[in-house]
Design a protein around this ligand. Structure first.
Ligand SMILES: NC(=O)C1=CN([C@@H]2O[C@H](COP(=O)(O)OP(=O)(O)OC[C@H]3O[C@@H](n4cnc5c(N)ncnc54)[C@H](OP(=O)(O)O)[C@@H]3O)[C@@H](O)[C@H]2O)C=CC1
Ligand SMILES: O=CCCC(=O)O
Length: 291
């Protein structure tokens, strides 16, 4: 199977690499073209533009940072739409809101193309290991044609129906994750302020129901102030913002998520946007202290 791949950030690079090592022919493009080089060393071809990739490949996957990036790669100069035509499939795996996904779907299908949104749960390591959870929605037949690729990229996929449902599910999952990370950070900070050992807190949590995989994996690195990015904090804040908008559209107040969003905004303002999302702990710890 020959696929195009647009966007070689933390996730896209690992996913494209997985496809290559599982026998797929992959043509890659990245806005910063130099990031294609490592993939080329592993057998990928390079498309000079998103349009060139779509022209060459029947199926093109995108893994881009946010709604403006997803829109610009499709609608911009030399973008996906310029070569989209009958029978070609576009699979957007970026985390965006349902409106962005629907706008892209409409434009693609109006010119005869086929569209699937397929955001993922799971971070850098699951992407490297092919253990993502894929939340697909859109054209069912395209979903079925992508199952071979999805089985390489992920450990489980869900087909959730019409375009927008994958985006909504993904935002809800990440809203819960961001809120949980904030509650955990406050717990660690409070343990420290009260003279208790944060390490012991993690041990206690690990023995009970609250010690989920995220807490047990991130806790020790947070205590070492190691925030090498797996999931950049700026993307977590984007997801909180988009989830809050989804809540508002559905008349659901979400004060816990709103407070977590504020903490991520504060962390960004402290220059932590490119660090792992667990760096919100630094912003929480700094609260109430003289900067
Ligand atoms: N990291 C994670 O754990 C997970 C991330 N996600 C989601 O996956 C997506 C990608 O995440 P991740 O790989 O971590 O992000 P990165 O920040 O590492 O990569 C972002 C990618 O988007 C590209 N990009 C950004 N802006 C534009 C633009 N205007 N035009 C074209 N390309 C652009 C970047 O290109 P360039 O290299 O030129 O900057 C890069 O390829 C996001 O939507 C994120 O929320 C989902 C699950 C897990
Ligand atoms: O969107 C990022 C999700 C990260 C994760 O699921 O661990």
């Amino acid at each position: 199977m020959e696929v195009g791949f647009l966007g070689l950030g933390i996730m896209g690079k690992a996913m494209a690499m997985n496809l290559l090592s599982n026998g797929f022919k992959v043509t890659v493009w990245n806005r910063t073209l130099s990031k294609c080089e490592e993939l080329v060393e592993h057998g990928a071809s390079v498309g000079e533009t998103p349009a060139a990739v779509v022209k060459k490949c029947k199926y093109t996957i995108a893994m881009l940072s946010d709604p403006p990036a997803a829109i610009s790669v499709v609608f911009g100069n030399d973008g996906v739409l310029e070569q989209m035509c009958d029978g070609k499939g576009y699979i957007d795996m970026s985390t965006v809101d349902a409106d962005t996904s629907s706008k892209i779907s409409k434009a693609i299908t109006e010119v005869g193309g086929r569209f699937l949104e397929a955001p993922v749960s799971g971070s850098k390591k699951p992407a490297e290991d092919g253990q993502l959870i894929i939340l697909a929605a859109g054209e069912k037949a395209l979903y079925e044609e992508m199952l071979t690729a999805f089985s390489v990229l992920g450990k489980k996929d869900f087909f959730l129906g019409e375009v927008g449902n994958g985006a909504k599910m993904k935002l809800i999952v990440n809203m819960i994750m961001g809120s949980t990370m904030n509650a955990f950070s406050e717990g660690l900070a409070l343990a420290g302020r009260t003279g208790l050992s944060p390490e012991t807190l993690i041990d206690v949590l690990g023995l009970g129901a609250v010690g989920n995989p995220m807490i047990m994996m991130k806790g020790p690195t947070m205590l070492k102030s190691n925030y090498s990015p797996a999931f950049p904090l700026k993307h977590q804040q984007k997801d909180m913002r988009l989830a809050l908008a989804l809540g508002e559209e559905n008349a659901l107040a979400m004060p816990v998520a709103a407070a977590a969003n504020e903490a991520f905004i504060r962390a960004k303002s402290l220059g932590l946007g490119d660090q792992d999302f667990s760096a919100v702990y630094e912003a929480v710890k700094a609260e109430g202290l003289k900067q």
